[in-house]
Design a protein around this ligand. Sequence first.
Ligand SMILES: *[C@@H]1O[C@H](CO)[C@@H](O)[C@H](O)[C@H]1NC(C)=O
Length: 148
Amino acid sequence: MAKNIYYLFLALGIFNSLTTSVIAVETVTISLFATDLNKCDDLSKCDAYVEILCVTSLSDGRECGKTKYIKNDNFPVWPEEFTFTNTSTEIFRRWQLKVLDHDDFFDDHIATVIVPFADFIAGTETQRHYKLDLGGRGSLYVTRVRSS
Ligand SMILES: *[C@@H]1O[C@H](CO)[C@@H](O)[C@H](O)[C@H]1NC(C)=O
């Protein structure tokens, strides 16, 4: 009995190391777009942009990217591409994406969402766009442009 359990764990261990070596991703390039943004201004549409914070094994959340704002558009497609690396020296854990509305005096916060790196990598194998709900303020999509 004990021996069988030992073999079971051995088999699981081998399976686990095989699957992780297959899916390990070292670089990923993303881009961003949003749909149905709303409630920004009374007289115009949103002037939205996204700030990216990176949480890794070495950092609790440093700013690691920012789009320009797109004026008067509730369906912004930001042209920027951002590349991130995930290595054994700095393991990438998640993005924190802050969607803001540009204003001449004071930028308004629309929503902040979290994207765990592993979920993003797993979720986009058949689906290139990772969708995030902005709590009634629209949706943000993270597109996997390429990865290796
Ligand atoms: C990130 O890199 C680590 C270390 O190489 C690896 O174990 C992990 O599977 C990678 N993460 C993803 C989602 O590929």
